[in-house]
Design a protein around this ligand. Structure first.
Ligand SMILES: [Zn+2]
Length: 453
């Protein structure tokens, strides 16, 4: 879209003239990639230096020990190549800059293309920019069209992009997009000086960081604490809010939360085991990893016990249900013994026995048997016939005496469809009387209903 408003023209002009080259941040993002190896028959190939070697042990053993390349000595992770020995990965960075009164967030991705015969190749893909004028409360997007390839953006030209901010902004592709890293040298407007964010590099998205700071005083406390790992965890998770009291206690006790993910998990486990999570001795173990793993083991035992218990209950329910259904079939047989509805040439008879239901389904090629309708509680199946010829199968609810379905060959209605329905409806009171005679049938039906519910 061509810049239309004065603001769009201003932003587009500044975009073309005032920004630092994105290439300056390429090396920073390149350093964020892992190094990989792949397999070729029984050999390993380093995708960094293309060295090929025969491993000493099976791959899974090597993976446990950790694979290092004998050629370049780099520590390697396994990656499966996708086509002709090639594979690629990308990371997204955000460059945070100020231009005059604008706060600018730029998004770039760097792609690492790996090949078993070539050294890795890195390419930069510029994605989009958001220009925010906080005083006027206006934001402008300049960038490529969203969608398309894996980093979420096409290769279209950089242009002003229209986004409907009134209704959809919070669900907009540009608004929701997040970087993995804030590039070095981040610059924020003086209005954010209070947070001391300038030059902070974080494995996080800067816009999300600001949104959280705006919405959560707890988050601000974490930022001020200077614990970078805790901050990073808090940007993408919500546990910091649940365990904020514990976090504050950790500040008071000068306990360094070195691995927030494990620590929050540990607190969750303590809560599960009803331990006092307000007691510093409990929540700040000397060896967090060990204390955590012990609780994980304990919890696994509890879970296994629970699973065994519910399996027993399930089996018991299954057995009771099978029993009740068997009884229901028997009672149906006596309740509807000899029962027939006649209308001119058409005769409608109950289908009780499993083999009769199956035969009906085979001949009419519908799903009455495979779907187990005959086993459903409170259901009576009937077959409408013209002499020996099967016309339609009727499914009747014995709970409210209504016709649930009525289907002919391949689920299609026959010319007799309306007539059959009409006749069955007129005979519904007979069916209900037969059922009522057999109180036991009702009793079992209701038992099944409660179990099903
Ligand atoms: Zn190597």
């Amino acid at each position: 879209m061509r810049p239309k408003t004065r603001l769009q023209q201003e932003v587009f002009h500044l975009h073309k003239t005032c920004l630092s080259p994105a290439e300056e941040h390429k090396d920073f993002l390149i350093a964020k990639f892992d190094s990989f190896y792949t397999t070729h028959y029984k050999n390993f190939i380093c995708l960094e230096c293309n060295h090929l070697w025969k491993p000493q042990m099976d791959k899974w053993k090597e993976d446990i020990v950790g694979v290092s390349c004998p050629g370049c000595k780099k520590k390697l992770k396994y990656i499966k190549t996708e086509s002709r020995g090639q594979v690629s990965r990308f990371v997204v960075g955000s460059i945070v800059e100020t231009v005059g009164r604008f706060q600018v967030f730029r998004y770039i991705s760097v792609w690492k293309s790996m090949d078993k015969d070539l050294k890795p190749d890195y390419t930069l893909h510029r994605l989009f920019e958001e220009w925010i004028d906080y005083d006027k409360g206006k934001s402008t997007i300049v960038g490529r069209i969203a969608g398309g390839y894996r980093d979420g953006f096409t290769y279209s030209d950089y242009e002003i992009r229209y986004v409907n901010k009134s209704a959809y902004w919070s669900r907009d592709d540009y608004y929701l997009y997040q970087a993995d890293y804030i590039c070095p040298g981040a610059r924020y407007l003086p209005r954010f000086d209070f947070y001391d964010l300038n030059n902070k590099t974080l494995d996080a998205d800067p816009r999300l960081l600001l949104r959280k700071l705006k919405d959560s005083p707890k988050f601000e406390t974490i930022l001020k604490s200077g614990n970078k790992k805790l901050l990073q965890h808090a940007i993408n998770n919500t546990e910091y809010s649940t365990y904020f009291k514990q976090i504050k206690t950790s500040f008071r006790h000068k306990y360094k939360i070195a691995d927030p993910g494990v620590w929050f998990d540990f607190l969750k486990l303590l809560t599960f085991f009803k331990k006092d999570i307000h007691n510093p001795v409990v929540i700040f173990p000397k060896n967090l990893r060990k204390a955590h793993d012990e609780l994980v083991k304990k919890k696994a035992k509890v879970d296994a016990l629970e699973a065994a218990k519910s399996e027993l209950i399930r089996q018991e329910k299954e057995r009771a249900k099978a029993e009740a259904e068997e009884a229901l079939r028997g009672i149906k047989e006596t309740a509807f013994k000899g029962f027939k509805i006649k209308n001119g040439e058409i005769v409608i008879i109950p289908l009780i026995k499993e083999q009769d239901v199956k035969k009906e389904g085979d001949i009419l090629k519908h799903c009455v048997h495979t779907n187990g309708y005959h086993n459903k509680s409170g259901i009576l199946l009937m077959s409408a016939r013209l002499g020996e010829k099967r016309l339609e199968t009727i499914e009747i609810s014995l709970l409210n005496y209504s016709i649930l379905q009525c289907r002919g060959l391949r689920n299609k209605p026959t010319p007799y469809h309306d007539q059959i329905i009409d006749v069955v409806r007129r005979n519904m009171s007979k069916i209900s009387r037969l059922c009522q005679k057999h109180q036991e049938l009702k009793k079992i039906n209701s038992k099944l209903q409660t179990e099903a519910a």
